[in-house]
Ligand binder design. Structure first.
Ligand SMILES: [Zn+2]
Length: 278
């Protein structure tokens, strides 16, 4: 599932293609459920003629600020991706929503597993205000993080995956950050020492920046894998230390990396570096 570095890389790619400033000249919806909270026919009617003023990321949402006070938000969920194509290229069967941009271009939402969602709304804050802080913003200080962790008694892994707690992280970068800071995913958040919080607070931006530098993580070559607009995979997979490296050696201590299940999600840990009882 695309996480902060992947979604940010999509946003950066769209901005590089100079899509902000351009006008949406029409829309087609081929799978109605992709459009959340609106009939597809209304979606097409309302979005037509709007100019894309700005594209930003908040959490795992791609947020298009449109003219006339509307916001288009896209959540890629498991397998969503955006394709930037000429209008005359035939639609592939997984492209469920197509926005015409100008006279010749299209922005296409492709999604093999169909979990992705698109919102067109005048009140984006109703969704975005539910998200926790951004881990790469300056306002996300150690002090704030310490308070956040110590006011709850949840296991650290599901807590970090909870978008209302902290926005943007998913399975890949949480596993990597926990390994880097030497924390077992089942540690209880309120039990973390100041030293451990400091290590985690350093590890989270570190793994995210590495992902950003590599334009995200693509795992394998399947259709449902993560690709940037322009069909480019991210290069971060080869720099992962534990995620999906079960049975391989820990880069730090050479112990064998194990896969365990925490809150119904698979987690990859080094049993030596990440002790359950510190
Ligand atoms: Zn280790």
């Amino acid at each position: 599932m695309p996480e902060l570095p992947e979604v940010q890389s999509v946003v950066d790619t769209l901005c590089m293609k100079k899509i902000p400033g351009r006008r949406i000249t029409g829309a087609s919806v081929y799978w109605g459920k992709t459009i959340a909270d609106m009939e597809p026919v209304d979606f097409c009617k309302k979005i037509k003629g709007r100019t894309i003023r700005q594209i930003i990321r908040r959490g795992k949402y791609i947020v298009f600020d449109l003219s006339g006070g509307l916001t288009l938000m896209i959540h890629l969920r498991m397998t969503g991706r955006l394709n930037w194509e000429f209008r005359d290229r035939p639609r592939n069967k997984h492209e469920h929503v197509i926005l015409n941009v100008g006279a010749t271009d299209t922005l296409r939402f492709q999604d093999t597993r169909k979990f992705g969602r698109i919102w067109l709304t005048g009140e984006p804050e109703k969704i975005l205000d539910r998200l926790g802080p951004e881990p790469l913003e300056e306002s996300f200080t150690i002090r704030r993080f310490l308070t956040m962790l110590h006011t709850t008694n949840r296991q650290i892994k599901p807590l970090l995956l909870d978008q209302r707690f902290l926005a943007g992280l998913g399975n890949i970068y949480v596993d990597e950050a926990l390994w880097e800071s030497g924390l077992h995913p089942q540690r209880i958040s309120s039990s973390l020492t100041r030293h451990e919080v400091k290590a985690l607070h350093r590890a989270i931006p570190h793994v995210l920046h590495k992902g950003l530098k590599n334009l995200g993580t693509s795992l394998g070559t399947g259709k449902s894998n993560f690709y940037l607009p322009g069909n480019r995979p991210g290069r971060n997979a080869e720099e992962l230390n534990v995620f999906r490296r079960t049975g391989l050696a820990c880069p730090r201590c050479r112990s064998i990396i194990a896969r365990i299940v925490v809150a119904q999600r698979s987690s990859h840990i080094c049993p030596t570096c990440q002790k359950k009882q510190p």
